[in-house]
Design a protein around this ligand. Sequence first.
Ligand code: SF4
Length: 318
Amino acid sequence: MGMQEPKSPKIAVSACLLGENVRYNGGHCNHRLLQSVSKHIEVVPICPEVGIGLGTPRPTIRLVREKGKIHLIEPVSGNDLTDSMLSWSELQSDALMHQKISGIVLKKDSPSCGIERVKVYENNNPQRDGQGLFAMVFTNLNPQIPAIEEGRLNDPLQLENFFARVGMMNRWWQRDEEGWTTSSLQQFHAEHKLLLQSRSPNAPAELGRLISQSNEDHIEKLALKYITAAQMHMNTIVKKKYVAGALRRAVGRLPNTISGTIRQQVHGWIDGYVAGTAPRMAPIAVIDQMFVMAGLEHLPWKRLFQPFDMSSGIFAKV
Ligand code: SF4
């Protein structure tokens, strides 16, 4: 079986976050964090507003609710851009999936790119309850692809979780290229059990059942169902107690040569991490070292904390 490390994941990014001058006011945001990880990923810039033919600079556009329906409007001209944005978004979503993107980073607050809490105007009163049209179309069509607004990447744990999801998606694409079999899907699941458990304790069992109880004839469809459900479980705020559960399970996987005293010490550090008296890094470094000393490459462990190597800047130093 080819277990070679997959290629760098492709991530679609709102072009203005990359320093491209595509915003309505001609400026850009140039996200520092994206630059720092850019050597670990392949970036695919997209700009929905330039995509539908709007110029730079351009008049502002906004979401407007009329009779319960949302429109994308250019207030100065009164132009309704809804249909052209929706059809461009469908085409572009397909194009991005052809490129096998493993994640998407979108600009918050934008009537095209914002994922949540985008202003919607009703009788000139804005309410923050909308979604940018492109973001809405893309995430509805492709719920398995991790999507995040750039603001959330400023939180180290959210950054790490996003890239853990991206890593999982990227490995899925690689297996998809090789062609799925029931056993390769089971293996994919086994490899990600600790990671899944660390986000959602019921995920390993639920997803295991999804595979074993499926009467899906087409393994490709089952693999898609699987990754969609797995990514839903991973789309969460990371909780210490769940991470601790996965760490304890990893301790249970250490070879018998590791003494009970050492195991107890590690459990003590895990308790400290949950209580906030020890950094997460303490138990992780020790468990990692014990796997190395035992000469054991334990894939589920590797998937739990090394979606990328620890020096990549993606691994949260907490
Ligand atoms: S937020 Fe989206 S539509 Fe607006 S400039 Fe950035 S990429 Fe383009």
